[in-house]
Design a protein around this ligand. Structure first.
Ligand SMILES: *Cc1c(COP(=O)(O)O)cnc(C)c1O
Length: 229
């Protein structure tokens, strides 16, 4: 079969090869059967291996765009008395702030330039000054400007101040190496349609198992997007 090839110049959904397109032409498979479960588990484990050891990290797949996955993480992991700091240095950081506002999460916003590196000293001062921070969320690679944020350095701060670290690596995942353990990341959001150049429509929430299991007692704020469920 010949498929006309368009070269898309947007960051994603990305151009797909014929082999990716044709891989979808398969026998129908029942989502209630073991073979479907096995396939899901295989995909989730392979995705996890990009950034962590499947012994300690697990990938939750969502039928939805990348934004659904970011919303799933943010709405699921911050406890009722929790407090989240979001680094806003571009369009996608702003979107995170929009999400936590909708869910009425106690949010501190650290604004930073969308083209200059984050001032880590200023960030640390804010972390020290704000009481009761439980989570910190930021973008890895700010797709709209191409700014690559130093997640390793922020991960170190999170380790020092015992803050759970959330990273949206939608346009970094599978192109820029990430080591969730070394970078102290508990939750990483990625998707099927940017660097891995798959079909759009699946979001990946890669989670530190221990951190995820500890969210069991947080009252659910939604149903489909609840990460623990
Ligand atoms: C593309 C992107 C998103 C949103 O993903 P969608 O699949 O378009 O919903 C979120 N964050 C970053 C950094 C992105 O590049």
């Amino acid at each position: 079969m010949q498929i006309k090839r368009n070269v898309l110049l947007n960051p994603g959904p990305a151009t797909t090869t014929d082999s990716v397109k044709l891989a979808q032409v398969v026998t129908d498979i029942c989502p209630r059967e073991k073979e479907f479960g096995d396939l899901m588990e295989y995909c989730a484990t392979e995705i996890t291996k990009f950034v962590g050891d499947p012994k300690d990290y697990v990938t939750v797949l969502f039928g939805g765009s990348g934004t659904a996955t970011v919303e799933a993480i943010l709405s699921s992991v911050v406890p009722e008395n929790g407090r989240i700091l979001i680094i806003d240095n571009g369009a996608y950081g702003k979107r995170m702030c929009q999400i936590t506002k909708i869910y009425k999460l106690d949010t501190v916003v650290f604004e930073s330039s969308s083209i200059e590196p984050i001032d880590l000293k200023a960030l640390e001062e804010v972390i020290k000054g704000e009481k009761g921070l439980t989570h910190l969320a930021m973008i890895h690679h700010e797709t709209t400007t191409g700014l690559l944020n130093d997640i390793a350095a922020v991960g170190k701060l999170c380790a020092t101040y015992k803050i759970s670290f959330i990273v949206d690596s939608m346009s970094g995942f599978a192109a820029i190496p990430v080591d969730m353990k070394a970078m102290n990341i508990d939750y990483l959001a990625a998707s099927s349609n940017k660097n891995i150049q798959g079909m759009a429509g699946i979001g990946f929430a890669i989670c530190n198992k221990k951190a995820l299991l500890a969210t069991e007692s947080i009252p659910m704020r939604n149903l489909y997007l609840n990460l623990y469920a």
